[in-house]
Design a protein around this ligand. Structure first.
Ligand SMILES: Cc1ncc(COP(=O)(O)O)c(C=O)c1O
Length: 386
């Protein structure tokens, strides 16, 4: 039967890096000692107390059935306690918190619940790809907001095209930021919420890296004036507790926005395994010490990487948050040319900045998801290769 890809699928940007992927695969196939600093996937195991909680939960037969639509009360209550302890924010576990199957699916699905075809969504660029694909799949128009070094990798809200702004329904904000490692001050976040309110936008804050910071802890939207009127946050246990493979997170915020997300999700999935929700409640209630240790580990790795790169003559700067380092490409090479050189000459995998959007050209991203020793070795090889 003849068929074609849907227009939605066709309207996604083309995949630019198949050549690089081929080179990577060839190196692995040839048995080379490749150091992978490409993916934001923690190398360390999930802490033992969480694995133990999962083992215990799995033996409870009530968790073997379809999950409750609104999520396990113990998990939602643990999230509410976390907000109280962490930001002194009070949320109603029944209506203002909703479990998700990793924050990626929720980020992707959310526009379907609040944006109409032909409307627009403001998206940071360079940025996490599902902001864009979720918008395109909702038949809406992505409006890119460049993140530039001279603005501290914050979008210039005053520069958004007025015509497109009038069509916009939703604005994505992501601090601590992937890929730049930047943070936003409380004042900037307040200004951004004010901007959202003034223009009738939903303020969607992706907080996946909110526990990976090295200076001031990041702001929570619900600490801000008007934050609960227009705001929704997307959280993840993936990076905080080395749980990327477990697929769990949550959305929190304005109860009407949560209800809209829940309505889309109840059509698309049947919730997350309740044993995992139970183990995640234990992670949130008992995990502050562990997430601090993980944070300190990434800080040491960051300092090792930046110190070595500065010695090698790169303009590397210690980014204040996330386990990413966003560094200008030295000399006149493009991002792709530079990361190809690192791949071929140093057998080190990194990501070209333009993979996250056109404003990322001239940068490369390193994920500090290898041990300090391997990072040191990667830096030595890079220094020799450039
Ligand atoms: C900015 C950002 N948001 C959300 C996610 C999704 O995390 P998860 O789906 O594992 O919760 C990621 C993952 O890399 C990310 O970088």
């Amino acid at each position: 039967m003849p068929w074609e890809k849907s227009s939605r699928l066709k309207s996604l940007p083309p995949y630019l890096f198949s050549e690089i992927d081929k080179k990577k695969k060839a190196l692995f196939a040839a048995g080379k000692d490749v150091i992978n600093l490409g993916v934001g996937d923690p190398d360390q195991p999930t802490p033992k107390f969480i694995r133990d909680a999962m083992r215990e939960a799995i033996d409870n037969p009530t968790f073997h059935r379809y999950p409750l639509d609104e999520g396990l009360p113990e998990y939602r209550e643990a999230i509410a306690r976390y907000y109280k302890r962490r930001w002194n924010v009070t949320l109603d576990p029944a209506t203002e918190i909703y479990p998700v199957i990793g924050s990626k699916e929720a980020v992707f699905h959310f526009p379907l619940s609040v944006v109409n075809p032909g409307e627009a969504v403001l998206i940071p660029e360079p940025g996490y790809p599902p902001y864009r694909s979720g918008t395109v799949f909702a038949d809406a128009t992505p409006v890119l907001m460049p993140l530039r070094k001279e603005n501290g990798f914050l979008p210039d809200l005053g520069a958004v095209d007025k015509k497109l702004l009038s069509k916009a329904r939703l604005m994505w904000v992501n601090y601590p930021n992937n890929p730049t490692g930047a943070v936003a001050s409380k004042q900037w976040m307040q200004d951004a919420v004010n901007f959202a309110q003034k223009h009738g936008l939903i303020f969607a804050s992706d907080s996946a890296y909110c526990e990976t910071y090295y200076e001031e802890p990041p702001t929570c939207v619900f600490q801000l004036d008007g934050g609960k009127d227009c705001g929704i946050e997307f959280h993840s246990l993936s990076k905080t507790f080395n749980m990327t493979g477990w697929r769990i997170g949550w959305a929190a915020g304005n109860k009407d926005l949560i209800a809209a997300l829940a309505a889309i999700k109840s059509n698309a999935d049947s919730g997350q395994f309740m044993a995992l929700q139970k183990a995640s409640a234990v992670a949130l209630d008992q995990g502050d010490e562990e997430s601090k240790k993980i944070r300190e580990m990434y800080k040491r790795r960051r300092d090792t990487f930046v110190g070595a790169m500065q010695k090698a003559g790169l303009q590397a700067e210690k980014m204040p948050a996330t386990f990413y380092q966003w560094t200008p490409v030295p000399g006149k090479r493009t991002s792709v040319e530079f990361i190809t050189l690192l791949l071929e000459k140093a057998n080190v995998v990194t990501t070209p900045g333009n993979g996250f959007g056109p404003s990322g050209e001239g940068y490369f991203r390193v994920a500090l998801t290898q041990t300090e020793e391997r990072i040191r070795e990667a830096c030595e090889r890079i220094a020799k290769a450039i």
